[in-house]
Design a protein around this ligand. Structure first.
Ligand code: GAL
Length: 370
């Protein structure tokens, strides 16, 4: 990054055009799932800004969580002559036709954040999705001090993400693997008995769907005053619905430990207000930086492996992983995986405000800077 900025500055100093020659005339198609989930608005604007600042033309589309529309939108990007596609899939299994078309047109594809199950994907840029889940699970273990629980028991309910999103299973499994020994030991009790991913999943990560499912669980299993201790939610949009259900329909008076992911504005406000306990934050600004440097290396024909990380001036951790993800059986997808962070009411300033991702008002509420 720094190197590129220096080159640009040097070119400007001698009166040469400020656009690096390699980016000139190159167009990047960016397809994000929806604007209705907050984080993708930030991803979209960071990606567009980063690519444009590096001299690329960037076309950004959102597809309203509609699979057919995303196929259509990507087809349009292909006919607009993009040189590279950066795609976050609505349904990782539903892009086969359009991925074939991208491959035929010789357009490299970066799967952004969510993997696409098609071998036309050249690289995957994401966070370590399984770790997101383990951070949530471990937070529950540590906060309730489950290793020293003795005879105490705690009631827990799970809310997972969209089964069409390849990430959702990783988040759920990461959390469940950490918590399972405590469930097996009887320290954690899933009163509803709902522990299977398909049963606890939330189509489209929809807040209202998560809210209604939690209302049903509360009415069926907790109406007699049974205490709910933990609502393990895979992300913030589902945590928001679960929190609303607990506020309106929970008979108990204890505060429920609620997990999340993303650092959405409303959830950070809930953390400030003590209604949500934690979120796992993913610095999507850094995810965009990795995507840009990767795209540039691919378009320049450079070798892409861990040397990209070594040559970079990234001031954050990122691993090159050739084992964890497959686009089809046996076909590993080389991946660049960033590291997620746990955010609670105690580290909002250091984790989110100091690095410049959010501003904080005098009243303590946060607002994203992008
Ligand atoms: C996932 C993503 C999460 C969350 C969720 C809902 O794929 O990794 O950060 O935002 O989608 O949009």
């Amino acid at each position: 990054m720094k190197k590129r900025l220096l080159v640009v500055a040097a070119l400007m100093a001698v009166g040469v055009m400020a656009v690096p020659a390699s980016a000139e005339g190159e167009k990047i198609g960016i397809a994000m799932p929806t604007q209705s989930l907050e984080r993708w608005n930030r991803d979209g604007s960071y990606l567009k800004e980063q690519f444009e600042a590096a001299g690329y033309e960037a076309e950004l589309v959102y597809s309203d969580n509609e699979v057919d529309q995303q196929v259509n939108d990507i087809q349009n990007l292909i006919s607009d002559g993009v040189n590279m596609l950066v795609i976050s899939a609505i349904d990782g299994e539903a892009l086969n036709t359009v991925m074939d078309e991208a491959a035929e047109a010789g357009i490299p594809v970066i799967a952004y954040d969510r993997l696409i199950m098609h071998d036309a994907v050249s690289y995957y840029v994401s966070f370590d999705n399984y770790t997101v889940g383990t951070l949530q699970g471990q937070f529950v273990v540590d906060t309730l001090d489950l290793d020293n629980a003795g005879d105490a028991t705690y009631n827990i309910e799970f809310t997972a993400g969209d089964p069409a999103d390849n990430n959702a299973g990783y988040f759920f499994n990461g959390a469940f693997d950490v918590l399972k020994p405590y469930i097996d030991a009887g320290t954690l009790v899933v009163v509803s008995g709902q522990t299977d991913f398909d049963t606890v999943a939330t189509a489209q990560w929809d807040t209202q769907t998560a809210l209604e499912r939690m209302q049903n669980i509360l009415a069926s299993y907790y109406a007699d005053g049974t205490q709910l201790d933990v609502a393990l939610c895979s992300n913030d949009s589902t945590a928001l619905g679960v929190t609303q259900a607990i506020e309106s329909d929970y008979a108990g008076s204890n505060s429920v430990l609620i997990t999340g992911q993303d650092g959405d504005e409303a959830n950070l406000a809930n953390i400030v207000d003590g209604k949500q306990t934690m979120t796992v934050y993913k610095a999507v600004a850094n995810e965009a930086v990795v995507t840009l440097d990767l795209a540039e290396a691919i378009l320049n024909g450079d070798t892409v492996d861990e040397s990209l990380i070594e040559a970079s001036a990234w001031d954050f951790d990122c691993a090159y992983d050739t084992e964890s993800y497959e686009t089809s059986e046996g076909n590993k997808c080389p991946s660049f995986l960033l590291v997620p962070t746990v955010v609670t009411a105690n580290n909002l300033q250091e984790a989110l405000v100091d690095p410049g991702y959010y501003t904080m008002d005098d009243d303590g509420y946060l607002h994203p800077t992008a």
